[in-house]
Design a protein around this ligand. Structure first.
Ligand SMILES: NC(=O)c1ccc[n+]([C@@H]2O[C@H](COP(=O)([O-])OP(=O)(O)OC[C@H]3O[C@@H](n4cnc5c(N)ncnc54)[C@H](O)[C@@H]3O)[C@@H](O)[C@H]2O)c1
Ligand SMILES: O=c1ccn([C@@H]2O[C@H](COP(=O)(O)OP(=O)(O)O[C@H]3O[C@H](CO)[C@@H](O)[C@H](O)[C@H]3O)[C@@H](O)[C@H]2O)c(=O)[nH]1
Length: 430
């Protein structure tokens, strides 16, 4: 099939490369000329394992990029993969979605055959039908179901494993209200389903598809917060929370994934999506009590880590190494990274901070240009009074005599990853 994708960030680029790989002709439309040029040069505009290879293979053939919306005219369907960031009250900022819907509608006036517009972005229930579809209708002069159709296909990929998550998903959720839309969605995903490891295809309504995405992320974030709360209680009773969480994860009704206790969840999705779902609930007069608590537990973890440091000494005037700056291992993304909160708190307390991360240093330097950055964990530890471990990069598990170069031997582990050794004043957050 011929497909267009508006927005070529983490999701749009992965979607484009993977859909080209399963055999479709794909064009990416983005307002960012640099991203378009990078894609047309056969390179990935973002850092994701396997993405460079797919783009190098298909660019100039089944995959191209442009800033010109007219490219959608030669396609059967368009995905909207635009950002939906948080506004002050947590609700979605739909500026990019609205702008893209209007541009798309204006373009579709020149199209003779029917077109299917698929929301890929994470949006609260009713957004596709009540915000996006009316804008396309107004700008195109067409009506929903006659000239164009709308659909919703939420995305569950994780950063760091985006390509493999997309090409081998647990489930594919297709939300639509018309047979035409479902037929087009079937045509798009059939070659992926055939190649993947038997994913379940969930066919549902548009609002249900929108909600499934939020429910998925809310559940995972809640699971981590519950693991953190249990681990915090374990700590009070000198109980090994790792053993407890591993054991409950063996229950097939609970499952081991996302029980990793520690500094909590960050990234571009969980904080934004839990906030948007809570804001959407409040908008309808329902106070989301459990989600509020899930956020509160998450927000509390960095402060608990600082308390463990303060138990040893006042950080004012001390040199503190923060190991790990990205929001999770395997990515250079620092959005909503817990390390940001630690660094802010340390600076507020009058400490001097040296940060180290295998790949995220340059991104953190934009946020904190005035702290020190080390080229290695060993360099960060040299002369430090304490080390705070913020991200579970594998290399931190292997640290050993590098700790000998610290001025004081305090190590507070926010991810329970450092191997215990003699001579360290080591404490895990959980
Ligand atoms: N990043 C993830 O891991 C992930 C996973 C699942 C779902 N999502 C959701 O997918 C959506 C997109 O997220 P992302 O991380 O890919 O965003 P992103 O910020 O990485 O990319 C968005 C792209 O849209 C482009 N854009 C903005 N306005 C435009 C316009 N009017 N016309 C054309 N292009 C325009 C930007 O230039 C940018 O390249 C969000 O709703 C997000 O919540 C993200
Ligand atoms: O047991 C765990 C697992 C994760 N995390 C933290 O949770 C955050 C998010 O991690 P992860 O879910 O692996 O990364 P994301 O790329 O943010 O992916 C989430 O957000 C995406 C955007 O919506 C969804 O598509 C994915 O399904 C969903 O997992 C990170 O800060 C992790 O450190 C924990 O603290 N403990």
């Amino acid at each position: 099939m011929k497909l267009s994708i508006i927005g070529s960030g983490y999701v749009g680029t992965t979607l484009a490369a993977c859909l080209a790989d399963v055999g479709h002709d794909v064009v990416n439309v983005d307002i960012d000329e640099d991203i378009v040029a990078t894609l047309n040069d056969g390179e990935a505009p973002i850092h994701e394992p396997g993405l460079d290879e797919l783009i190098a293979e298909h660019a100039g053939d089944r995959l191209r990029a442009t800033t010109d919306y007219d490219a959608v005219l030669d396609t059967d369907a368009t995905f909207l993969a635009l950002p939906t960031p948080s506004m002050e009250d947590g609700s979605n900022d739909l500026t990019a979605m609205k702008a893209a819907a209007t541009s798309l509608g204006e373009t579709l006036t020149a199209k003779d055959d029917e077109h299917v517009v698929i929301t890929k972005s994470t949006v609260v229930p009713s957004t596709t039908e009540e915000v996006i579809a009316p804008r396309i209708a107004d700008a195109s002069g067409m009506t929903v179901g006659d000239g164009f159709h709308v659909a919703m296909n939420p995305e569950f990929l994780r950063e760091g494993t985006a390509v493999s998550d997309f090409l081998d998903p647990d489930k594919i959720v297709l939300g639509a209200e018309t047979d035409t839309a479902f037929d087009v969605l079937d045509g798009i995903f059939a070659p992926l389903v055939e190649r993947a490891n038997d994913p379940t295809v969930v066919k549902t309504g548009i609002r249900e598809a929108e909600m499934i995405k939020y429910a998925n992320n809310a559940f995972l974030a809640s699971k981590i917060s519950l693991a953190n709360e249990l681990a915090n209680i374990c700590k009070e009773y000198d109980v090994d929370s790792g053993e407890v969480l591993d054991a409950i994860g063996l229950d097939s009704r609970i499952e081991a994934a996302f029980l990793g206790a520690g500094l909590g969840w960050g990234g571009s999705c969980f904080p934004k999506d839990v906030a948007a779902l809570a804001a959407a609930a409040r908008d309808k007069g329902y106070e989301p009590k459990l989600l509020n608590a899930v956020v509160a537990v998450n927000d509390g973890q960095p402060g608990r880590m600082l308390d463990l440091l303060r138990k040893r000494f006042d950080p004012a005037g001390k040199r503190i190494a923060v190991l790990g700056l990205s929001f999770k291992p395997g990515t250079d993304d620092i959005r909503e990274s817990r390390a940001i909160l630690l660094i802010e708190a340390l600076l507020d307390a009058g400490a001097s901070v040296v940060g180290y991360d295998p790949v995220a240093t340059e991104n953190m330097r934009e946020q904190f240009p005035d702290i020190d950055y080390a080229q290695s964990a060993a360099e960060a530890l040299e002369g430090a009074d304490a080390a705070l471990v913020a991200t579970d990069w594998d290399e931190f598990a292997a640290l050993d005599d590098q700790f000998d170069e610290m001025r004081q031997n305090v190590v507070i582990d926010g991810r329970n990853i450092v191997t215990r050794r003699d001579g360290l004043d080591y404490e895990s957050l959980v």
